[in-house]
Design a protein around this ligand. Structure first.
Ligand SMILES: Cc1ncc(COP(=O)(O)O)c(C=O)c1O
Length: 494
């Protein structure tokens, strides 16, 4: 009973009391503080201890039961499930996966001499530091202290005007009032989740998908449903079936150079998605993190440009991959009905995006610097992309399947059945190569046959050297050698 007396829930936290209670008991279970088959306190007693309504406890127990953490015995009470140990170890397993995803975002220490195919962050040599320095100084001379004031929640007006002009290049016609500046696409995804999702709502994502988005939706208690990616976009039949069954709040899609697969949707699939939105009155969150890096696609149309009346698509654009991730700048364009809720969510998240950086970006957009930069990185990435395509052709064993993307920085591979990503990952690490295992990008499946290589932070030599080594490791594994390279390296001297 001691553990239950220490539970601390409060109306002031802005989250339903039953959700707080459910999470607190779940934590006790995961931390191993409750024994299997241990009886939970009777509803009335726990309600009394915590000074809450009986219904709060009933609802919390109900969610725990739905998740299989507890079971009910008729007329006797609620008990901790005997399977909870398995559940706890699954949670631990998930936290291992989380550390993988941190690695993807470059937050786990990677040796400086490592060939890092795992990170999709651009290389710092490409950052336009000098032009940005000039723009920052100009902003400080011009705006003085105002540059450090709180900025409007929606964003710095002159920048918003520039962004509206920028998206017109992509055939997106939007009104200034529906554009919100955000501190990176991840925040955009997060405030959309905050503004639109209630506990138990469904969201449909591609399978595989971007881990950071799935984590945001999960954190709002959403039920995430996934739909397989095919070579020309998501499986439309399955998508429609799942829309009918689950009536999701929205779809989260990356129609151009999807992360992690690099796949772009065919034009007909993009149009079909818009048809489904109209037919079922559902929304789609379009994460356009990379459509600027189009090398060979004839069509990098965004869904937003097909949403002429701004009714169904919440469009998110990030400057992380095409400018500098540390700026934490992006923007979203949403249907008018969501706008107020999104402003509230943005405000409660960080009040506003850095005024200094918004003003600097606005000035940076004014001259030729931006156009020159975009042209420069397009050329740089295109040549790296071409090197990668050649290296895959030349060094990757034919048993490894890759759907060649037509742009972007990610390449997605499927291993033959006889080898696992885990083996490949371990052997690659021993060879000082980091790659992103497929399991990071799948919802529940314990994937062990895919991996993603990103060329974003590598030079041509590293791409070539890395692909040669991965090719050799795969060949070695195909020949039945597990960790053979590693063992050879540590052979004792006799
Ligand atoms: C598909 C996708 N969306 C969003 C983000 C987050 O981007 P930002 O740095 O703008 O928050 C990433 C980062 O890698 C991403 O891959």
């Amino acid at each position: 009973m001691k553990h239950f007396e220490n539970i601390n829930i409060s109306k002031e936290r802005g989250e339903h009391l039953y959700i707080q209670l459910y999470k607190a008991i779940k934590d006790l279970i995961i931390e191993g503080k409750l024994d299997k088959d241990e009886k939970l306190p009777p509803i009335r007693k726990l309600a009394e201890i915590l000074n809450v309504n009986n219904v709060t406890v009933v609802n919390a127990y109900h969610i725990l039961q739905e998740e299989g953490l507890v079971y009910k015995k008729m007329g006797s009470g609620t008990y901790i499930s005997p399977d909870f140990l398995t559940y706890a170890s699954e949670e631990k397993e998930n936290s291992r996966i989380t550390s993988f995803s941190l690695m993807e975002q470059g937050q786990i220490q990677i040796n400086s001499d490592m060939i890092n195919f795992a990170s999709a962050a651009p290389k710092a040599e490409l950052f336009p530091v000098e032009d940005f320095k000039k723009a920052i100084n100009e902003v400080l001379d011009r705006d003085k202290g105002n540059a450090f004031d709180y900025q409007e929640i929606q964003g710095y007006l002159p920048l918003r005007e520039k962004l509206i002009a920028y998206v017109r290049r992509y055939d997106i016609v939007a009104d200034i009032n529906i554009l919100q500046v955000i501190s990176g696409a991840q925040q955009g995804i997060d405030i959309i989740a905050k503004a639109l999702l209630n506990y138990g709502d469904s969201v449909i994502v591609e399978s595989p998908s971007y881990t950071g988005a799935m984590a945001s939706f999960k954190s709002r208690g959403a039920k995430i449903i996934d739909v397989n990616m095919l070579s020309d976009g998501v499986d439309i039949e399955d998508l429609e079936r799942k829309i009918r069954i689950f009536q999701p709040k929205f779809l989260y899609l990356m129609p151009n150079f999807q992360n992690p697969t690099g796949i772009s949707y065919s034009r007909s699939k993009k149009e079909k998605i818009m048809e489904l939105c109209r037919q079922y009155s559902i929304y789609v969150v379009e994460d356009d993190y990379l459509s600027d890096l189009n090398f060979y696609s004839k069509d990098n149309t965004t869904l937003k440009s097909l949403d002429r009346d701004n009714e169904y698509v919440i469009y998110i654009k990030s400057f992380s991959k095409i400018l500098m991730p540390g700026l934490r700048l992006g923007f979203l364009i949403a249907p008018t009905i969501f706008y107020d809720n999104l402003i509230f969510a943005k405000h409660s998240s960080d009040i506003s995006t850095s005024g200094l950086l918004q003003r600097t970006l606005e000035l940076y957009f004014k001259g030729d610097a931006w156009d020159n930069h975009i042209q420069h990185i397009e050329e740089e990435y295109k040549s790296s992309f071409d090197v990668m395509v050649r290296c895959i052709e030349q060094y990757m064993p034919k048993e490894v399947h890759c759907i060649q993307p037509s742009g972007g920085v990610n390449f997605w591979f499927r291993l033959p059945d006889s080898i696992s990503t885990k083996e490949l990952y371990e052997d690659a690490i021993n060879e000082n190569i980091a790659l992103a295992p497929g399991s990071l990008f799948f919802l529940n499946e314990k994937d062990d046959c895919h991996f993603r290589l990103s060329i974003a932070s590598l030079n041509h030599q590293e791409i070539e050297e890395g692909t040669i080594k991965i090719g050799k490791i795969v060949k070695n594994l195909l020949n039945g050698g597990n960790n053979k390279l590693n063992k050879e390296r540590y052979r004792p001297i006799l």
